[in-house]
Design a protein around this ligand. Structure first.
Ligand code: PEP
Length: 830
């Protein structure tokens, strides 16, 4: 039985009579909706549209099918490459030759070699030639017909931003000399086998080969080892695009199987419902490396998620008397598709040698379905002594000794560059440092095999990678993925790393996600009502009443506006978290989650004109039932009526409200059953600030976010049980201020989130976590919903001090909302 209590008297005593005033627009509080700002077709948003024809012709080349004739209209530049070479040599003669020989060079003289020999070695290995630019993506060929060929690229000069990484004086002086020779990149080719060669380094952006470098950092990026390219190398004719790969190395974690299963389930949920639908050559391949005892659980729990499973090490033997060992065939039979070899912790803590690693690698490759991630990387001391190139070169040569090039071309071995000084230290390499090392590794591969192999092998960076550093690291052309230790032990961090890798890859390829617009479309909301809500929240549109309701939470006000007349409000005498529509024959009926209790009210004078607002202190509201969680440390905050007619209300940590520094996870998420009026706690953990509560149109997915965590989750929702199957939908990028506040779902299933503190509402694709639209709000937005006759306008509440008004924006492209459900109080349901 419910008890009805009238709160009117108390309200009348305590609150002064307030009339609506509009300080900003006193004469006319209603501002018509402005036309939305159309998305611009500028270069940034539509990078391919400006020169579609050129793009069309270039694309086959990007796939590796290079034409053997020069591009149409190409005229060999007037400057002879021989002249250019002379100028470079002049510069080099000023003492810029390396003092150590090219990698792999063996002194041919029995009596030993001197500096002059070394210089000659370099000269014969790396004669330069250089020419002007050809087009935006470079051209490789020997149009002059002479012995010296050249390669050049205008694209090579396009990189910008940031200081070049620690350029050696040699590199600087040579680069400076070259800068005076033309705007193209210096390129090397050679002919020490006597045959015409036609490749260069540094210009094949998007071919998958080597790197795009600017003239400022060219020599540093290439490194000295790049001077010694295998003389039998051929031009890259069929380089495959490299699919990014993100891997998580759990090391000796977590401590128990139960914890591992929890982590696996959270990971599975993040990928299963969203990211696995995107598995393609453009999205990162994903692997985790749990400890051996958890491998089978991992394989089972991750089935269907697209996440593969690997082992952190393996033995070099097949079977027999090798106590404690594990064979590659056993890993395969347990469902593994990867094995990690040569991790620096195995090298340093367990004394593993390159030879042992090589033996394990060969044994692993005997399993046709097993791939190897081979880790290489220098120590801090080696790095500081400039030994990066020689250390990784030696690790690559020894680790891959005897491995057929076809194995590498078939993507059976991935290299992980993991500088030892960055592993587990929090010292992440800068993107330029990682790029530099990856180019050095490609050069080693080119020396050992050829440029085609070097351009095909995927190289991951590892060492303190976090969700915040992934995108930038992987923005580098030769960084094809990340090997993640610590951050892979948190399902959401690892998911964010995957998302960052996806974004970086799309950006690298100049791709978009689904609509040919990488950048979100931009709209601007305009002020519709100059209310001065201290904390506007919880807008709901009533189809029945054709009006919008919302609250000013801390002022204990409920507002109503039919989009035509003056808005009006009534006072509740209690802070109000949220309102929902109440099924009733009386128009304007609402259910209110107030701090004191759950109340019902009408916003229309009972029995009167349906448009006649109830006075501020008219009778009611009525007590419906107790609020959940009887403690002063929380109060109701965000909430909505679910699509089955119940009221879901999340609580709010009062400490947070008064600005306590350390928020406590003391708030719960509850559902009020409209038949029994019983509360059920539906989330099995506690949090600080409930927000983002909204439902998919079929009511089976509920969104929720704890604002201070800046993360939004989706759950499976049933009206009869707790939330299940949590998966991360979005974590706010580190460069976006604020936190996720109120949210709503549109009829297409996209999630709209008000980002308080960031002056915007974002439309998210819950399948990808991508922001597809941004609505700018010149105030601090708090929540939103769709409204208007056709549910095709977005209404946004805001808060003081930078706001308090109601904003609106007309939706483009047929976007519309889903009618808001009503709380079915005492309505019998089937
Ligand atoms: C690793 O162990 O491979 C690793 C990169 O660790 P972390 O990310 O913790 O530095």
């Amino acid at each position: 039985m419910k008890i009805a209590t009238t709160l009117t008297a108390a309200a009348t005593l305590l609150a002064p009579t307030l009339a609506f005033t509009s300080p900003k627009q006193a004469s006319n509080p209603l501002t018509p909706s402005k036309a939305f700002t159309l998305p611009q077709e500028n270069g940034a948003w539509a990078p391919h549209s400006s020169h579609p024809d050129t793009r069309h012709t270039i694309l086959p080349q990007e796939l590796g099918v290079w034409s053997t004739s020069p591009p149409a209209g190409y005229v060999p530049p007037p400057t002879s490459h021989i002249d250019t070479r002379k100028k470079i040599l002049e510069q080099e003669s000023k003492g810029v030759w390396p003092t150590s020989p090219p990698p792999g060079w063996v002194c041919p003289k029995p009596e030993g070699c001197c500096a002059e020999d070394i210089r000659e070695a370099w000269e014969s290995y790396a004669p330069y030639s250089h020419d002007g630019r050809v087009g935006a993506l470079g051209f490789v060929g020997c149009p002059g017909g002479g012995d010296w060929c050249y390669a050049s690229s205008g694209a090579a000069t396009t990189r910008s931003g940031g200081a070049p990484p620690s350029v050696s004086s040699k590199a600087q002086s040579v680069a400076a000399a070259l800068a005076g020779l033309g705007s193209g990149m210096p390129q090397r080719s050679r002919d020490n086998s006597g045959a015409k060669k036609s490749y260069g380094i540094g210009s094949w952006k998007n071919t998958g080969t080597f790197n795009e470098v600017s003239s400022a950092d060219s020599f540093d990026s290439l490194g000295e080892s790049s001077w010694a390219i295998n003389s039998n190398s051929q031009a890259p004719t069929s380089i495959k695009p490299r699919r990014p790969i993100v891997a998580g190395n759990w090391k000796l974690n977590p401590s128990t199987r139960a914890e591992a299963i929890t982590l696996l389930k959270l990971l599975a949920a993040n990928f299963l419902n969203n990211r696995n639908t995107n598995q393609s050559a453009d999205t990162p391949e994903t692997v985790i490396f749990p400890p051996l005892p958890y491998l089978s659980d991992a394989v089972e729990i991750l089935e269907g998620t697209g996440i593969q499973v690997g082992a952190q090490d393996v033995g070099p033997n097949e079977k027999g008397a090798f106590t404690g060992e594990v064979a590659p065939s056993m890993l395969v039979s347990a469902g593994c598709s990867y094995v990690l070899l040569g991790h620096s912790e195995r090298r340093t803590l367990f004394g593993e040698t390159d030879e042992e690693i090589n033996a394990k690698l060969h044994k692993s490759l005997e399993q046709p379905s097993l791939k190897v991630i081979l880790c290489v990387g220098e120590t801090l001391q080696e790095y500081e002594n400039g030994l990066l190139e020689s250390v990784v070169d030696s690790q690559i040569r020894k680790g891959l000794d005897g491995v057929d090039p076809a194995v590498l071309m078939n993507d059976r071995v991935i290299i992980a560059y993991e500088p030892v000084w960055a592993i587990g230290t929090g010292l992440v390499a800068t993107p330029a440092q990682a790029q530099h090392a990856h180019v050095a590794i490609r050069n080693s591969l080119a020396n050992m095999y050829d440029t085609e192999v070097a351009g095909s092998v995927r190289i991951q960076y590892g060492g303190s990678v976090t969700a915040d550093s992934t995108e930038e690291l992987m923005g580098e052309n030769d960084v094809d993925g990340a090997l993640v230790g610590g951050a892979s032990l948190n399902a959401d961090s690892f998911t964010r790393i995957y998302d960052g890798a996806t974004t970086a890859n799309a950006r690298k390829k100049g791709n978009s996600f689904s609509d040919n617009h990488f950048q979100p479309l931009e709209l601007t909301a305009s002020l519709a009502l100059a209310t001065t809500n201290a904390l506007g929240e919880s807008p709901v549109w009533s189809d029945r009443d054709q009006c919008l309701y919302w609250v000013s939470a801390t002022e204990g006000e409920v507002w109503r506006w039919d989009l035509h007349s003056q808005p009006h409000r009534r006072l509740i005498n209690s802070a109000v978290g949220c309102v929902g529509l109440l099924q009733s024959s009386a128009p304007g009926s609402l259910i209110i989650a107030a701090e004191s209790a759950i109340l019902t009210t009408t916003m229309i004078t009972p029995g009167g004109d349906p448009n006649s607002p109830i006075p501020d202190f008219a009778s009611g509201p009525s007590f419906l039932c107790d609020r959940p969680e009887h403690m002063s440390t929380t109060r109701p905050n965000d909430g909505r009526v679910d699509r089955f007619g119940n009221f879901v209300v999340g609580m709010y940590n009062q400490y947070h409200r008064v600005g306590a520094t350390a928020g406590e996870n003391n708030a719960g998420l509850f559902r009020l059953n409209s038949q029994s009026l019983h509360w059920e706690e539906i989330l099995d953990y506690r949090f600080r600030v409930s927000n983002c509560i909204c439902f998919s149109s079929d009511g089976r997915t509920m969104y929720f976010g704890d604002t201070p965590t800046r993360t939004v989750y989706a759950f499976d929702y049933s009206p009869n049980g707790p939330l299940t199957n949590r998966r991360m939908v979005w974590t706010m990028p580190s460069n976006m201020p604020g936190g996720p506040d109120g949210a709503q779902v549109d009829a297409n299933g996209k999630l709209w989130v008000a980002v308080t503190g960031a002056g915007r509402v974002v439309q998210l694709n819950p399948s990808t976590g991508n922001i597809e639209m941004t609505v700018h709000v010149d105030a601090n937005p708090t929540s939103l919903t769709f409204g208007g006759q056709n549910l095709d306008e977005l209404f946004i509440t805001t808060r003081a001090p930078n706001g308090g008004g109601l904003y609106r924006v007309k939706m483009p492209y047929g976007i519309r909302g889903v009618p808001e459900p009503e709380f079915l109080l005492n309505v019998s349901r089937q």
